[in-house]
Design a protein around this ligand. Structure first.
Ligand SMILES: Nc1ncnc2c1ncn2[C@@H]1O[C@H](COP(=O)(O)OP(=O)(O)OP(=O)(O)O)[C@@H](O)[C@H]1O
Ligand SMILES: [Mg+2]
Length: 366
């Protein structure tokens, strides 16, 4: 059967020899539509001068034809560089290298309510993605309560600045890390007003030498106020992940979170239910639903957003976070596999969203 997912599955076998990555992962497939026997999409090449440019369409065609002989293929090829007046010249070279140029996907991790586990989920997903071979960055934009420095054991670390006065992110467990906490004293930031925070965040993301990244995860501050709204409006997000506990109060706020992203037309990639149940280490088969059962899953269903999975309340998740080693760094922990699974699902969601997106958008932080 021809579906969006089955078409993407075939295209994942088409590898760009330059980067070694498949064309779906490269974000080259856009505007994908399957209507009856007709499959249409645009191959969007950021750089039309790559050697593979002249072949990619034929290779995609061949792969799809042999999997689905009945398919009526309508493949176009395009490049955002030509004639878009976005500061880029016709030969595909940018006049001025925009900040964040090499970042394929920016994903915000948000919640309505505080303390539900955004930072825990962000850091574990970042490390899980890195261990799956993706190039990953994690930016903690919670200026009032940064927790990434603690969760990665980098409380004392200070990022350096290169000759072009751009910030070099720190690196741990294969993740490029930056926290507002490295740059601003949270106690002083408390008196900052909204516009100061958002311009600091933009500068912080734009002035950082992220290099080539598949994913940049943004750990947002809790809530759905002006600060969050401005951040999600000014950073070109691929999508958002909403974290909630199963508690009614948290769910009400999670609903607001989904509403906020809808308002700015950022796709919600999924909901993670954190602290879904408690499992004591000595009774790993037992599940105690302290905050109620399945609330976030039900909310996701009701709002028609994808449910990414449940993360149990486990003491080791907290102790590992406090010790600066996210739990996914220890594959013997059951929770490690859970985050790994969520990370895989998240990649699928992102790739699907990207493939459905119109071909005219371009991700650029500025
Ligand atoms: N599944 C879990 N099991 C055990 N402890 C957890 C779990 N998730 C989070 N915690 C702990 O709960 C506390 C709050 O988590 P975290 O800092 O990730 O929340 P947050 O949503 O980022 O908070 P804030 O809104 O303040 O940014 C931390 O001490 C963390 O270690
Ligand atoms: Mg946090």
């Amino acid at each position: 059967m021809m579906t969006i997912e089955s078409i993407l599955e075939i295209l994942r076998d088409v590898i760009d020899p330059d980067s070694g990555k498949n064309v779906v992962r490269r974000g080259w497939i856009r505007d994908l539509k399957v209507e009856g026997h007709t499959v249409s999409f645009t191959i969007l090449l950021q750089d039309p001068t790559v050697p593979f440019a002249s072949k990619v369409r034929g290779v995609c065609e061949q792969a799809l034809k042999s999997a689905f002989p009945e398919a009526d293929l309508r493949i176009e090829q395009d490049s955002p560089m030509i004639g878009l007046g976005n500061g880029l010249t016709i030969d595909g070279q940018s006049q001025k290298k925009g900040p964040g140029e090499g970042v394929t996907n920016i994903i915000a991790v948000a919640s309505g309510k505080g303390g539900v586990g955004k930072s825990t989920v962000s850091s574990n997903l970042a490390v899980a993605l890195a261990s799956q071979g993706y190039a990953v960055g994690l930016a903690d934009v919670d200026i009032y309560g940064p927790s990434i420095p603690t969760m990665f054991g980098l409380q004392e670390a200070k990022p350096s600045v290169n000759a072009e006065r751009r910030i070099i992110p720190l690196e741990k467990f294969g993740v490029k890390l930056l926290s507002m906490g490295f740059l601003v004293d949270p106690e002083k930031a408390v008196i900052w007003r909204g516009p100061m925070v958002t311009s600091a965040v933009q500068q912080f993301l734009g002035d950082t030498e992220w290099g080539e990244l598949d994913f940049l995860i943004l750990d947002l501050p809790p809530g759905t106020g002006d600060i969050q709204l401005t951040i999600v409006q000014t950073v070109p997000l691929s999508g958002a992940v909403i974290v909630s506990t199963p508690q009614r109060v948290a769910l009400a706020d999670a609903r607001k979170g989904v509403g906020m992203f809808d308002q700015v037309e950022v796709p919600v990639l999924g909901v993670v239910e954190n602290m879904a149940y408690f499992t004591p280490p000595e009774l790993p088969e037992n599940k105690y639903y302290l905050f109620g059962q399945g609330g976030a899953r039900a909310l996701a269903e009701e709002l028609d957003v994808h449910f990414l999975g449940e993360v149990p309340l486990i003491e080791a998740i907290r102790t590992n976070a406090d010790d600066g080693t996210p739990i996914v760094t220890d594959p013997s922990e059951a929770a490690s596999g859970i985050f790994d699974h969520i990370a895989t699902d998240l990649v699928n969601q992102v790739e699907q969203r990207n493939a459905l997106r119109p071909a005219t958008q371009k991700i650029e932080i500025s």
